[in-house]
Write a protein that binds this ligand. Structure first.
Ligand SMILES: CC(C)(COP(=O)(O)OP(=O)(O)OC[C@H]1O[C@@H](n2cnc3c(N)ncnc32)[C@H](O)[C@@H]1OP(=O)(O)O)[C@@H](O)C(=O)NCCC(=O)NCCS
Length: 310
């Protein structure tokens, strides 16, 4: 393409085909006061599916920092979600493509550490971010399978056990769900589960009137996400995810799970949600196994609340 020519006082000016633009100077700020549209633009710039509403939910749920340029454009972000005094998950670590590989994410993460002294941290790392987290001493734990697609209800499936009953959840079920989630996740997340209940539909599996397994589902990204899902067995997990699949049959549904084989993983694939991508759970401080010490059985997390929340 030929460069555009312009004239000035009758003289033809031919602009140079290259232009040197100065490096950006970046300052850190609290994510709290930043317009949602600007945060949304940042996640769109790296191809993430979050809507402005998803950012709003995350901002209500956790805390975060942004890197801003001189005129307030958001060039980077990092968030954390604290549970108790000494544990947090980290997520929404993004740097704008034009700023990547220059150390901005490293710099943002160190500011996150300053806000979380002595905390054990857990996060789910994309492939692009693994080297960053390894250089910050995070340890790899296990793979998360991001399963998604247009939902359909599989025809085959085991019927719910006699004596157990699947029904929708309401606010009265929150304490039992918090306890199950804590057993699966390894850390009690009362405020998060309460907030998720307010934004989700939930199904629970009850045995003798006691909540034994549950699955929440809420709007997210391109459609809906199912999570968290906590159950003691694959069959129970399937029993509480199946009604969500039926509710969203024909539309976009997503599940992030550590399970890569067995009845639950097979169910997701038959329900129109094959593995789309993977990320890696990593931890800093206490390892994943430390949270389950001395426990051989019990409820397991079958689906994360989301990659960001864990
Ligand atoms: C992942 C991401 C946040 C990294 O941001 P960044 O600003 O480029 O990271 P930094 O420049 O601080 O680099 C940190 C480390 O990763 C390395 N690195 C960064 N980009 C790299 C690349 N493309 N190839 C190889 N190494 C790379 C850097 O060399 C540095 O390693 P070092 O500490 O050993 O020197 C950024 O690429 C991004 O936003 N990606 C899309 C969203 C995403 O995946 N976020 C992660 C969520 S878990």
């Amino acid at each position: 393409m030929s460069p555009v020519t312009q004239s000035f006082r009758g003289k033809e000016l031919k602009p140079s085909e290259s232009l040197k633009i100065d490096a950006f100077s970046v300052r850190i700020a609290d994510l709290e006061g930043v317009e949602l549209d600007r945060l949304h633009a940042l996640s769109l710039s790296v191809g993430w599916p979050h809507r402005a509403e998803d950012w709003h939910f995350l901002r209500e749920t956790g805390q975060g920092l942004v890197a801003l340029d001189e005129i307030g454009r958001v060039l980077g972000s990092a968030m954390w979600f604290g549970h108790g005094d000494s544990f947090a998950t980290v997520g929404m670590v993004i740097t704008s493509p034009r700023l990547q590989t220059l150390g901005a994410a490293q710099w943002l993460m160190k500011r996150v550490f300053d806000n979380l002294p002595g905390h054990d941290l857990r996060l789910n790392a994309t492939r692009a971010a693994r080297r960053l987290y390894l250089s910050l001493d995070f340890q790899p734990e296990k793979t998360v399978y991001q399963c998604q697609g247009i939902a359909r209800v599989p025809t085959a499936g085991s019927p719910t056990e006699a004596g157990s009953d699947v029904r929708t959840l309401d606010a009265g079920d929150i304490p039992a769900a918090v306890a199950l989630d804590a057993a699966g996740f390894g850390v009690r997340r009362t405020a998060l589960i309460e907030r998720l209940f307010a934004h989700s539909n939930g199904y629970g599996l009850f045995k003798n009137d006691k909540l034994n397994a549950f699955a929440l589902c809420r709007p997210f990204g391109r459609g809906h996400v199912i999570g968290p899902v906590v159950a003691e067995s694959d069959a129970d997990a399937v029993a509480i995810v199946r009604p969500h699949v039926a509710d969203h049959s024909g539309s976009f549904l997503r599940v992030d799970t550590h399970m890569h084989n067995g009845e639950f993983a097979a169910f997701l694939s038959h329900a129109g949600m094959p593995v789309f991508d993977t990320v890696l759970t990593m931890s800093l401080g206490k390892r994943l196994a430390d949270f389950y010490e001395g426990r051989s059985a019990g409820p397991k997390t079958y689906a994360l609340a989301s990659q960001t929340l864990g």
